[in-house]
Design a protein around this ligand. Structure first.
Ligand SMILES: [Zn+2]
Length: 279
């Protein structure tokens, strides 16, 4: 029997700079990557980081009816890694800066200038339709030594999209990035919201899902954030969709100035994942 949710609520967009929520259990309690074994059914209830899970709209399938079909002829399950921070060697003081929603000919370029002033590399999670519109900005990101990952095609919410749509959007976005020379291996779902169809689509394409442990907005207390950050953290910020304001650029600069003084080094998410384990 198909269940229908009958009490729709508008989605709460947690990508715009708003009050930064604290994930369940607190940020500091999260460690390393979670390996999902066969049976992504575990996640049919949805995974939400950085905000409350959204309510599906009327006529959408119940969350428990949203599954990823097993590939024909494959009897074993699939799995993938999800990372939101890394248990890095504290003496290395490595940290990953990440920027969502680009490429943007204004916002991304301004963010790149701030990063360059601090000799910082970062990871940019980009939208396929913007990549297609602004390929030169993606090339500028890559030329700067930064990593590029996927953030979907058009910033839709995966837990409201059906499986074929999710797969099609992922493939289109990956093709757009590959057309400009990127080789994306990381996927960050919009709003950090993903459930079984999205997890299955990412797993069968070999993606690692990259979430975040900390967040920087244009109203963040950068001193408190710098004090709270620990080696291995993944910081989420934005470089597109209207998020880049003079205040945000100042916050990024302020945070990096303080982290520079604390001896941090900024690496891509893939470099952070490949860093040595603590002794
Ligand atoms: Zn986003």
């Amino acid at each position: 029997m198909t269940h229908v949710i009958t009490a729709p609520r508008p989605l709460v967009d947690d990508c715009p700079p708003a009050v930064a929520p604290t994930p369940p259990g607190g940020r500091r309690g999260w460690r390393w990557a979670a390996r999902l074994a066969a049976g992504l059914m575990l996640f049919t209830g949805g995974l939400a980081v950085g905000g409350q899970a959204a309510s599906p709209q009327t006529t959408r399938l119940s969350p428990t009816d949203r599954t990823f079909p097993a590939p024909v002829g494959v009897s074993t399950g699939v799995s993938l890694d999800i990372v939101w921070r890394v248990q890095a060697d504290p003496s290395d003081r490595l940290l990953a800066l990440t920027f969502d929603d680009g490429p943007d000919p204004d916002g991304t370029v301004q963010v790149l200038q701030v990063l360059a002033a601090h000799h910082a590399t970062a990871t940019f999670f980009e939208l396929g339709e913007s990549v297609e519109t602004h390929p030169q900005v993606v090339r500028q990101v890559l030329d700067g030594g930064h990593e590029v990952g996927l953030h979907g095609w058009s910033h839709s919410t995966l837990i409201l999209d059906d499986g074929p749509t999710i797969e099609s959007d992922l493939d289109r976005a990956e093709a757009a990035l590959r057309a400009v020379g990127a080789e994306p291996r990381l996927f960050r779902p919009t709003y950090g919201r993903i459930d079984s169809p999205g997890l299955g689509a990412a797993a069968t394409r070999g993606y690692t899902i990259a979430l975040w442990s900390d967040r920087l907005d244009d109203h963040s207390d950068t001193h408190r954030l710098a004090q709270r950050l620990q080696p291995g953290a993944i910081v989420m910020c934005h470089d597109g969709r209207g998020h880049v304001t003079p205040e945000l650029l100042d916050r990024i600069d302020d945070l990096l100035t303080e982290l520079d003084q604390a001896g941090y080094r900024y690496v891509t998410v893939s470099e952070l994942l490949a860093s040595p384990d603590p002794p």
